[in-house]
Design a protein around this ligand. Structure first.
Ligand SMILES: *Cc1c(COP(=O)(O)O)cnc(C)c1O
Length: 366
């Protein structure tokens, strides 16, 4: 099955004798004891099982685990590492997971943050106790591109696991497991949900090895699992993911080109632009460049805030991946220790009509 077909059919696992076309929501927390039945909803639930089966197929993995948020999924990976482990992570890692490493795991794990676009820096950061290489590409908010297959080879040679945060690309544009990663991580709050109304996260594994079994135990025993409602809505949303992603990427490509030519814009970060430093690697490992971009406005933070306040169709809010366009001055969102340039505006390009979006940006910038 091709991706579009999988997205629509692989999450429908229907056992009901009335043969509904869409899988019902099973709210029961407990199940009648019988051979091979599900037992208790923290451990298994039909809607979660359907969602996980779907996610494993979309990412070309063997097994998937759904969580109540993207951060819960990331934290499950860190919890599965032996105490004393060392991690190599990107210097612009998603700030929520960076904070988790620095504030929850500061006593048990050590991290070296490096520029992942430079494989030499990554190689130099490895130590004897390095157990995990964390990749995020395209990265947030600078859309930096890391070479997944090159970095995975490097980590493998050192005996470390590779986890790739694939939230920005989604399996529509990038399959890290086929490029050498061991586990893919998602914030399904973003493009999977696609309508800014579900919080969720996921991990998908290439192999069901001991490390994966530890992660499954964190999921089941830690209990940060999504509700049947959330699993149902995610499975439903994913049916349109391939078509939504095509629209997001098409719009983002045109908007990036428009902004790159605008006199008030200092710089645009979008991997689809030929002058983006990661363009060539992105063109190799992705089948589309995604719907996220960022840009620097001339005139600093106050001018960036002014532009944002004038927009009609881009809502000033954090998060991304919904059908509605969202925009924010990223440094303001990341807080006082943010390293993001103060005049950087991050855009999650939505599925409104492209002409309306372009006109809105043009008026706000003038
Ligand atoms: C949002 C996000 C996360 C965290 O996900 P939540 O669902 O907010 O917990 C992790 N990585 C990336 C790239 C994200 O955009």
């Amino acid at each position: 099955m091709k991706l579009e077909t999988l997205a629509i059919h692989a999450g429908n696992i229907i056992t009901d004798s009335h043969k509904p076309v869409v899988q019902p929501i099973t709210l029961s927390t407990t199940f009648v004891h019988q051979p091979d039945s599900m037992i208790y909803s923290r451990a298994q639930n039909p809607n979660r099982f359907a969602l996980e089966s779907l996610l494993a197929k979309l990412e070309k993995g063997k097994s998937a685990a759904a969580f109540s948020s993207g951060n819960a999924a990331g934290v499950a990976v860190f919890q599965a590492l032996p105490a004393g482990s060392h991690i190599v992570a990107p210097d612009d890692m998603y700030h929520g997971l960076r904070n988790a490493l620095l504030t929850i795991f500061d006593d048990s794990l050590r991290v070296t943050f490096v520029d992942m676009t430079d494989p030499v820096q990554v190689a130099d950061a490895f130590e004897a106790e390095t157990k995990l290489l964390w990749i995020e590409t395209p990265s947030n908010p600078l859309l930096k591109i890391s070479d997944i297959s090159r970095l995975s080879k490097l980590a493998k040679a050192k005996g470390a696991k590779v986890v790739c945060d694939n939230t920005f690309a989604t399996p529509v544009f990038q399959n890290p497991l086929l490029l050498g990663a061991d586990i893919v991580m998602h914030s399904s709050t973003k493009y999977f949900g696609g309508h800014s109304d579900i919080l969720g996260g996921a991990l998908i594994a290439k192999e069901e090895d001991d490390f994966w079994k530890k992660i499954l135990n964190v999921q089941k025993t830690g209990g940060a699992v999504p509700s049947p409602f959330d699993c149902y809505y995610l499975t439903r949303s994913i049916k349109t993911l391939p078509y939504r992603m095509k629209g997001h990427a098409e719009h983002a490509g045109v908007i990036a080109t428009f902004l790159a030519q605008h006199p008030k814009v200092e710089r645009v970060f979008y991997p689809g632009l030929l002058d983006h430093p990661g363009h060539e690697i992105a063109a190799n490992q992705m089948t589309g460049f995604g719907g996220m971009l960022s840009f620097l406005v001339e005139g600093g933070a106050s001018e960036a805030d002014r532009v944002i306040s004038k927009l009609k169709y881009f809502t000033n809010a954090t998060s991304l991946g919904g059908v509605e366009s969202l925009i924010e001055r990223r440094a303001a969102s990341e807080g006082p220790d943010s390293k993001t340039p103060q005049n950087l505006i991050r855009v999650s390009v939505g599925l409104e009509h492209l002409d309306d979006l372009l006109e809105d940006l043009n008026e706000a910038l003038s």
